[in-house]
Design a protein around this ligand. Sequence first.
Ligand SMILES: Nc1nc2c(ncn2[C@@H]2O[C@H](COP(=O)(O)OP(=O)(O)OP(=O)(O)O)[C@@H](O)[C@H]2O)c(=O)[nH]1
Length: 337
Amino acid sequence: MAATDSLIQKIGKAVKEVAKSRSSEWWYTPHMAAASHAVAERIPLVDLVLEVRDARIPLSSEYLQLRKFLSSSRRIILLNKMDLANRSQTKEWMRFFEEHRCMAFAVNSHNRDNIKEFLTFLQARVRELKKKDDHSHAITLMLVGIPNVGKSALANSLHQVGRIAAAEKGRLKHSVVSPQPGETKSIGSLKIASHPNIYVLDTPGVLHPNVADDEVCSKLALTGAIKDTLVGEIELARYFLSILSLSDEYRKWEKLSLTNEGISGLDKKQYPTDHTQDFMVNNVRQTLYNAISSFTGCIENTENLARLVDEEFEFLLKIFHLPLKSEAFNNYCRFCT
Ligand SMILES: Nc1nc2c(ncn2[C@@H]2O[C@H](COP(=O)(O)OP(=O)(O)OP(=O)(O)O)[C@@H](O)[C@H]2O)c(=O)[nH]1
């Protein structure tokens, strides 16, 4: 991994320059500052905090501010989007959190059975809380986490799956789910269980004001927590390509290269529906598979890896019919040298 680290350092230099030039649109907006404040104010008032993280990047997606507010007995770490993460790595992460005495649960917000399991887990936890403090008040849980990690999707699913009266499942009552970060603007509450009554608070996505680590920034952008432009699209693409080239993921695309004519060469008219997107995705995969598998240098070596990434980049620019030397690309090269 030394080669990636070194390449990432170079990319990091470019990222910092881009970040400096974009400081006015940096992620920590007044709106996010207000949301962080509102979340911090509520932490002492709720029974449990469900800290939602992205299962693909469980450490980089931590909301660091929580550490100073919360003891681990009132926090459950939720690794959401587990369907997008590597299954065996998720198991390792669960072991990691167990070793660190953190309560953790991996979940896919879109999977009903999985949400049911999680709800049962939550109710058991609530019963434990009630044993310690048997007031008859309703239990309040608060979902906290970085933007776009799936808090609203989770709140909606818990509300839908929860054992509550049909009348309480108001059709219009739901949190707004969106693929864009920063969609939740205020704190909303949804009932998710009765006897005892349990409510979940959905909150706006929050980030630490200073995410100093360039690699963390890139991971946040790649998983959709911050906009790509905040890191720089070219840097991000290069970062992604270096990770892909060093992993085994691309091998899954071998069969695509066996349809040798090249998907771009197929006549799209022979297909009854518009699968333009599928063509594009397959074309990109095929091209990357060919580039990586035919590369003769040792990619553990930094220079070789950078050369491979350059080649992949040029192939991709061709596929997307983009000019090889755009202004953004030239700027990137200037930062890197
Ligand atoms: N594949 C997958 N996608 C998910 C999952 N949970 C949420 N998503 C998707 O992730 C995107 C963001 O979900 P939201 O629920 O809006 O995220 P949020 O954390 O509330 O976002 P903010 O408003 O920025 O705080 C949406 O496109 C969801 O459909 C999951 O478990 N698996």
